[in-house]
Write a protein that binds this ligand. Structure first.
Ligand SMILES: [Ca+2]
Ligand SMILES: [Ca+2]
Length: 451
């Protein structure tokens, strides 16, 4: 093609939105190895000093830098407390004032005595890279049997510590589930959403917890019921809304959404319902309205045994990919599929990855990056946008502002090597130094091509 003229453009705005919400094809996500060498990792979280920590199922916790360098010395090893062949560490959360008080909290299962513990531990007084095994202060403990033991431990936007308990059932295939009838039994600690106040490092109950009345027979930490086995839930950093992935029995997996400030006295339905469908009508609790899931998908029985275990994730609130802002990222352990979902202005769900081996949990960095944990491989992956070629064509008109040509969407034939920041709001921001040949066809590589 003959070049008619050439301009050097500092900022060239293509006035067409390539953002996710207007593109019929979901942007491909890459999960790039961030840190590795773990043995069955289940959690990645952080303290208020931007240090990351990875917890392995069997109780070893390692400190990790924001660039993915793993400390060779374990931060803490509670393997002697866990001693489990099945399920050890379920949750870990650092106190909002960790930098001053050194407190962090671990939820773990001790199989030998079939008990779930929520304990406070303390950082070593002189070495911030290690914690003290003998600092354990048990705050709560519950009986738990092989089966549904619940899930993680996270501080909410209100500064209180939240966790979930499973219904305690076996959950084997072919059963209808909830054989202990706990989900709708308000007095049972099982199948519930719990909230405690550990501001001072000891156990207290928030005054807004709904079951604080003396001698009401309902544990004071319960705030919502009807959970089957929520392994992973999280809070939207911006809105404070809660998202939960409730693992189904054999029929339906579900995602639940609780707007900020509306957590108390919720009933998520199990096992009156599985997803939206009746399971045990005789277990239904007539005293409460049920909160329907915002998303269900076919479980083990209905998809060729492909999807069978929802893994709740996080709402993306990072700064690197503004086009993903507000999307909820979640997946399924069995299929290794990962989706993004938005509820407003209309519900949209799109698959962004698949065939991920051993997707046991997601995680979040202090600045909002999303991690994905491979349980069998012992690798923490970090979300990246794939560096794709977007087919842009158009005729450059003049000056520094490139107005999208009429062919921009209709003519898809360009490959290229130009780096473009895809995720800028409302358009494509070309990088400084980009040269445009008037009358030529543009070449652009779209995506965040960090590596
Ligand atoms: Ca009570
Ligand atoms: Ca439900």
């Amino acid at each position: 093609m003959k070049l008619l003229s050439k301009y050097t453009l500092l900022f060239v705005i293509v006035l067409v939105q390539f953002g996710l919400s207007t593109d019929s094809q979901a942007q491909t996500i890459n999960w790039q190895p961030f840190a590795s060498g773990f043995s069955n990792p289940v959690i990645i979280t952080y303290d208020n000093q931007n240090n990351l920590y990875v917890a392995e199922n069997k109780g070893i916790i390692r400190k990790v830098s924001t660039s993915g360098v793993v400390n060779s010395t374990a931060f803490l090893n509670i393997n002697s407390k866990v001693v489990s062949s099945y399920s050890g560490v379920h949750g870990m959360a650092f106190h909002p004032n960790y930098s001053t008080n050194g407190y962090f909290f671990i939820k773990y299962y001790k199989e030998s005595i079939q008990t779930i513990f929520i304990s406070r531990f303390s950082r070593n007084a002189s070495n911030p890279d290690i914690a003290d095994l003998n600092s354990e202060l048990i705050l709560l403990s519950y009986p738990g049997y092989y089966g549904h033991l619940g899930g993680n431990l996270i501080f909410g936007p209100d500064g209180y510590l939240y966790t979930t308990t499973g219904d305690g059932a076996n959950g084997a295939r072919g059963m209808t589930g909830d054989e202990l009838m706990t989900g709708q039994n308000t007095r049972s600690i099982k199948g519930k959403l719990l909230r405690i106040d550990v501001t001072n490092g000891t156990l207290a109950f928030p005054p807004t917890n709904p079951h604080l009345a003396l001698n009401d027979g309902i544990p004071d930490e319960i705030i919502a019921q009807g959970l089957r086995n929520v392994w992973r839930f999280s809070f939207d950093k911006v809105t404070g809304d809660m998202w939960l992935g409730d693992v189904g029995q054999d029929s339906y997996e579900e995602v639940d959404f609780l707007p900020a400030g509306t957590f108390e006295n919720r009933n998520l339905g199990w096992s009156c319902l599985e997803g939206d469908y009746p399971i045990h009508s005789n277990y239904c609790n007539s005293g409460t309205d049920l909160t329907a899931p915002v998303h269900t998908y076919a479980g083990y029985n209905f998809n060729g045994h492909k999807n069978a275990c929802v893994i709740g994730g996080y709402v993306y609130r990072g700064t690197r990919f503004t086009g993903l802002n507000g999307w909820y990222i979640f997946g399924d352990y069995n299929s290794g599929e990962v989706w993004r979902m938005k509820l407003q202005p209309e519900k949209i769900i799109e698959k962004i990855s698949e065939n991920f081996e051993g997707l046991v949990s997601f995680g979040e960095s202090p600045d909002g990056d999303i991690f994905l944990i491979s349980y069998p491989d012992g690798i923490i992956y970090k979300m990246q946008l794939a560096c794709e070629t977007e087919n842009i064509s158009g005729i450059h008109t003049a000056n520094d502002l490139y107005l999208a040509g009429i062919n921009l969407n209709s003519s898809k034939k360009i490959n290229g090597n130009l780096r473009v920041e895809y995720w800028s709001a409302g358009g494509v921001l070309l990088q400084p130094g980009f040269q445009v040949d008037q009358g030529s066809v543009f070449k652009a590589q779209i995506g965040n091509c960090e590596n």
